[in-house]
Ligand binder design. Structure first.
Ligand code: AMP
Length: 122
């Protein structure tokens, strides 16, 4: 299927510098910043700079350079935020059933408290 990217989404505006963000890390192809409404003591979002709607879109169509840079940026943020020792969760919501609110790929990195089971019962 095709993926239609909406360049008016809030993370596109962050990437264009139109609205502020609390940056944790910036690389050639990625930006990491703190979630505006943190759900854990550590709640960082990592986004690619390219116009990708969701993880599957990125994984299917991004260049190898983008994929390597983005993946390494996620690893660097995990290191900077020291999440490995206490454990953490990465979430990439997609689409309607995934309840994705912002249609620009973002991985949530959550840590710093017990995070409960992976999914709530519907
Ligand atoms: P999702 O439901 O996976 O699309 O998550 C979107 C996330 O973006 C939520 O956790 C929001 O709190 C977060 N968010 C929305 N606007 C901003 C913003 N301007 N800066 C940082 N995080 C934001």
């Amino acid at each position: 299927m095709g993926y239609a990217y909406d360049d008016q989404n809030i993370f596109a505006k962050i990437l264009r510098g139109e609205i502020p963000n609390d940056t944790v890390l910036e690389t050639g192809h990625a930006l990491a910043f703190r979630d505006l409404y943190p759900q854990a003591p550590v709640h960082v979002l990592v986004i690619p700079k390219g116009p990708y709607v969701c993880y599957d879109h990125f994984a299917q169509t991004a260049s190898e350079a983008e994929i390597v840079d983005y993946t390494r940026a996620i690893g660097k943020v995990c290191e900077m935020e020291d999440v490995a020792a206490g454990g953490f969760r990465m979430i990439a919501n997609a689409g309607e059933a995934g309840v994705q609110e912002v249609p620009h790929l973002h991985v949530h990195i959550l840590a710093g408290r017990p995070l409960g089971r992976m999914l709530q019962q519907a």
